[in-house]
Design a protein around this ligand. Structure first.
Ligand SMILES: Nc1nc2c(ncn2[C@@H]2O[C@H](COP(=O)(O)OP(=O)(O)O)[C@@H](O)[C@H]2O)c(=O)[nH]1
Ligand SMILES: [Mg+2]
Length: 293
């Protein structure tokens, strides 16, 4: 049996969470075009073969960038912490954008780590052959172990990523049951799915200030799931935006989340959302602890 850990790193928005979901074959990490969508090191589990002969534990990470506040600093530390324990690293860059200082900063950091790095050029569905070749040339300077162009969205090339990972896993135990896709508690996945629905509806500034907490998740005798979740923002003015005119935003986000949760848990879901204000939660370390960062 082969098994091991593979963190997925790269700048924000390059498609890390999309790739993790694609490799796992199920949504374990939410995605959006907004910055700071991924806030925790979320593990996605890929088990190969029947009976299993390989298990890869992917660690999705928040995008790396220059930290602006306490939250940013913690997220960066979290990411670099995952590298020391890795058996292979997936490093994503965006095919549609030139390699920039943000990519270089990560590449330099990875060069200091012993672990083999698989460089992924993502979003090839949105770029032409010239751009892909240009990206591969720029990235070849880093001299990583493998280079794979893919579309995490379409699934193009994703199988090759699996092969590159499997080939690098050492002998090891089954860390998770064969049917596991994540180690995330249900409460966290529920909160993340709710947060995703708001991210997709809100203006650019707000997502940084929004977090969701599952207060209660209960399965009744008749099998229905009752969820009580709290949507936390930083300022009174943001509360109005998150709720929307005639509660339009709250209702639409809640309805969309409920549909997805019902499909995920294969049962009827009652979702209750409450919006609360906690001033400056991003800057207060105690509050970060309470919110689970
Ligand atoms: N066209 C295209 N879009 C992608 C691809 N992979 C991710 N995206 C989009 O890029 C945005 C950021 O993706 P996400 O996985 O959240 O990026 P992360 O911040 O690196 O985790 C989302 O809108 C995705 O739908 C891809 O292969 N092709
Ligand atoms: Mg992400």
């Amino acid at each position: 049996m082969k098994s091991g850990f593979a963190p997925v790193v790269g700048r924000p928005n390059v498609g890390k969470s999309t790739l993790v979901n694609s490799l796992v074959g199920q949504k374990v990490s939410i995605t959006s075009s907004r910055p700071q969508t991924t806030r925790n090191a979320i593990r996605g589990v890929v088990t190969i073969g029947e009976p299993p002969h390989c298990q890869v534990v992917l660690v999705d990470t928040p995008g790396l960038h220059k930290p602006q506040n306490a939250l940013g600093e913690r997220l960066n530390r979290l990411v670099y912490g995952t590298l020391s324990d890795a058996d292979a690293v997936l490093f994503l860059i965006d095919a549609t954008q030139k390699v920039g200082p943000g990519d270089r900063m990560i590449a330099e950091r990875l060069a200091e780590v012993d672990t083999e790095v698989i460089l992924i050029v993502n979003k090839v569905d949105r770029s032409d052959g010239g751009q892909i070749a240009e990206r591969l040339t720029e990235a070849s300077l880093w001299d990583f172990a493998a280079y794979v162009p893919i579309s995490a969205l379409d699934g193009d090339g994703v199988e090759r990523v699996t092969d590159e990972l499997v080939g690098r896993m050492p002998d090891g135990p089954m860390y998770f049951p064969a049917d596991a896709v994540s180690d995330q508690p249900e409460e966290l996945l529920v909160a993340e799915i709710v947060r995703e629905k708001f991210l997709n509806r809100l203006r650019e500034e707000l997502p940084h200030s929004l977090t969701v907490r599952t207060r209660e998740l209960e399965i009744k005798d008749n099998g229905t799931m009752h969820i009580d979740a709290q949507v936390v923002v930083e300022r009174d003015s943001q509360k109005g935006i998150v709720i929307g005119k005639g509660a339009s935003v709250l209702k639409a986000a809640g309805a969309e989340a409920r549909v997805e949760l019902e499909a995920l848990f294969a049962t009827k879901v009652f979702l209750e959302l409450r919006v609360t204000v906690e001033k400056d939660w991003q800057r207060r370390p105690q509050l970060l602890d309470r919110l689970g960062f």
